[in-house]
Design a protein around this ligand. Sequence first.
Ligand code: FES
Length: 123
Amino acid sequence: MPNITFSAPIMKKDKTIYAVAGNTSTILALAKEHEIPIPFECGDGDCGSCLIEVTALGDKPLMGMALTEKEKARLKELQMISPAELELAEVNDTPPRFRLACQFIPRDEDVLVSFTGTPGGSA
Ligand code: FES
């Protein structure tokens, strides 16, 4: 069961939640459920307002689900993914640092999710 810790300057303190094993909710859905104020507009990978930074906690390498074409396109447009990160994501399935909360589904890994509270703001 992964622990997901949310951190943002607009939150009084960090909040850690426990995602149920086999959970298929996106980070955005989990945040909404726990009243964590990640900005969002479309909820469907189109607007980029739900930008988050994802960091692995613990010693397991980050194994977040591969990027969808939509998420890749939006991250490129926002200039939040470098060509090198894109290649790593496509060739090695290595997740990049920045993700869209409405597209990213956490797996069995502890992660820190940071966001600024500004729509599309980098963490
Ligand atoms: S809410 Fe629009 S891209 Fe995530």
